[in-house]
Design a binder for this molecule. Structure first.
Ligand code: SAH
Length: 279
């Protein structure tokens, strides 16, 4: 028998959208916007290459609109979902996922509990309220993650894929592009979600570079990038004062630039110059 999770009836975020019996009630604090367009779900499912790894982790499957298409691929699919109500729905509707539904917070869970030291890809129509943290966690686990794709707010997705010289180029663009090729794939309008978000969404893909090691200290690299962008309108000579560099080093013309003018490669070069003087 189908359970009715919708105790209040209707959709409290958008009363004009009919709510089907048995559907999960969207919870704002979990960033829940359920995709209702099957063709978009299928398109997102096709953004991974499914080669070079055999495990997939879907973050935030909700009621499984994307999961359904991922299950058709010949891979070992696991899903991680924080919402108990969605987990109950998935267990009822997707028996093929038995033993592979993890009712956990992606940001806190140790993913090696699922895949050990194996390589795995990440995919999802991600909860937008924690999208930046998801990307930071992915970067920390990059040794295990050759591919990552899915949906964010359009503006966030575009910003991450942006190249130097553009206004929206920032911390995440530099850090992601140090290790991955980042591609903005396509835009998705609010109308295909329930409830609809206020903004457009964008689907992106990260493909790990063959050489994703850094020739500089990683912590220092992250610190240099973050410090530079904290005052993005200043030249690096001014914004990086905190590193207390000797004058002859600061004379280098790279310090005349503003952070948005530096490619990932040049940020690495900058970190190399700073490294001998960093504590
Ligand atoms: N993929 C579904 C749902 C997208 S909404 C669809 O396209 O319809 C985002 C989903 O992420 C919700 O199901 C929400 O419960 C889940 N979520 C939110 N925070 C999470 C977290 N920290 N860890 C795992 N899942 C999370």
């Amino acid at each position: 028998m189908k359970k009715n999770y919708n105790k209040k009836g209707g959709n409290r975020h958008n009363p004009s959208v009919p709510h089907q019996d048995g559907d999960v009630q969207a919870k704002k604090h979990l960033g829940q916007h359920f995709l209702t367009d099957e063709s978009v779900a299928e398109r997102i499912g096709d953004t991974l290459s499914y080669s070079g790894y055999s495990h997939i982790l879907e973050i935030g499957p909700g009621m499984g609109v994307l999961t359904k298409y991922l299950l058709k691929k010949d891979t070992d699919l696991h899903v991680i979902e924080i919402d108990r109500e969605s987990v109950a729905y998935l267990k009822e509707h997707y028996p093929a996922l038995e033993g592979k539904i993890h009712e956990k917070d992606f940001l806190k869970y140790d993913i090696s509990e699922i895949f050990g030291q194996d390589q795995f890809a990440i995919i999802g129509n991600f909860p937008y309220n924690i999208s930046t943290q998801i990307v930071f966690k992915m970067l920390a686990l990059r040794e295990y993650i050759p591919e990552f794709s899915g949906m964010f707010q359009k503006e966030v997705a575009q910003r991450i894929c942006e190249k130097e010289g553009n206004k929206t180029y920032g911390i995440l663009s530099v850090l992601v592009q140090a290790f991955y090729e980042a591609e903005y794939l396509f835009t998705v309008p609010p109308s295909v979600f329930n409830p609809p978000p206020k903004v457009d969404s964008g689907v992106l893909r990260f493909t790990r570079k063959d050489d994703f090691s850094l020739p500089v200290d990683e912590k220092l690299f992250f610190r240099v990038v973050k410090t530079a962008f904290q005052q993005r309108r200043k030249t690096l000579r001014n914004s990086l004062k905190i590193f207390d560099l000797p004058d002859n080093i600061k004379e280098d013309s790279i310090f005349d630039l503003r952070p948005e003018q530096l490619s990932t490669g040049r940020f690495i070069e900058l970190t190399q110059k700073i490294q001998p003087y960093a504590i």
